[in-house]
Design a protein around this ligand. Structure first.
Ligand code: SF4
Length: 277
């Protein structure tokens, strides 16, 4: 089976076993692949995007194009206006350049809180994350349980390469952000994203003024890193074993080729993350 067929199958199973499921889209290339699959197959998976108030005009324009192209009601989630006004009034609109703390506070207001609202009432959160995107994502799993947000999290493209993504886009005429053609492999807020040289780490254009280790916005803190203890979350409703059972797999996590993970391996991974926290 091709990687695209694998990902489609996984989405179908998530939609069936984890309704209501939602796909968070930054409108980047990977998220457009998943949006295309959801729309083409008519899967009952909501697609939402976070309009932080600091996005590029090209990204905002793509929202309308996606809705028109697929006839899809893309949900747009925005930050709480009062929290934004308070941050800007007290610290300044671009205070995030001043310190990691100020940057994280801005991300918390414009991204993390709206994300939590968007996930309320959902049983599964689907993302377009890939292992290749950065060193921080090298250990990404296809399925995990976010013990902080208490939701099953799926990354159907975890083992895709950049070429896989762009092959799919070309073959299927998927709409994309024109910034990709101008050197932006990863697109976030305008003041915090810049173009990178060909071959550079795909996330190196994000918060480029910070040290590599501090560069995540809080949306995708690895599920296992959110837990208070190595096995936190494994007693919760959406434990890794439950993920396996709900998706109709047995023994090994019979995910598509290259995505198989033993439950034993998942537990070991959690223990490692807990030790290092
Ligand atoms: S990426 Fe930059 S502008 Fe966007 S929320 Fe984070 S700090 Fe704020």
């Amino acid at each position: 089976m091709s990687r695209a067929a694998d990902a489609r199958l996984l989405l179908e199973r998530i939609a069936a076993a984890y309704a209501p499921a939602t796909l968070s889209s930054s409108l980047g290339a990977e998220d457009m692949v998943l949006t295309d699959m959801v729309a083409r197959e008519g899967l009952p998976i909501e697609v939402f995007t976070l309009d932080t108030g600091r996005l590029h005009a090209e990204t905002l324009e793509l929202i309308g194009r996606v809705q028109a192209h697929y006839g899809l009601a893309l949900r747009v989630v925005q930050p709480e206006p009062q929290a934004v006004v308070q941050y800007v009034t007290v610290h300044g609109r671009n205070a995030f350049y001043g310190s990691v703390e100020m940057r994280k506070r801005c991300c918390a207001i414009r991204k993390v809180e709206p994300l939590k609202r968007a996930l309320e009432g959902k049983r599964a959160w689907i993302t377009g994350l890939r292992r290749e995107q950065s060193a921080a994502r090298a250990g990404l799993r296809v399925a995990a349980f976010d013990t902080d947000l208490h939701i099953a999290k799926f990354n159907p493209l975890a083992d895709w390469s950049g070429n896989d993504v762009w092959d799919y886009i070309r073959k299927n005429g998927v709409p994309t952000n024109p910034l990709h053609d101008r050197g932006y492999p990863s697109i976030g807020c305008e003041p915090c994203t810049r173009a990178v040289e060909p071959g550079a780490d795909e996330r190196s254009g994000r918060w480029w003024w910070e040290e590599e280790a501090k560069k995540e916005c809080g949306l995708h803190v690895a599920a296992e890193n959110r837990g208070q203890s190595p096995n936190a979350g494994f007693g919760a409703v959406g434990s890794a074993v439950a993920l396996q059972n709900d998706l109709g797999f047995s023994g090994r996590m019979n995910l598509p080729a290259g995505k198989a993970e033993t439950m034993e391996g998942q537990n070991r991974g959690v223990a490692r993350a807990g030790e290092g926290a």
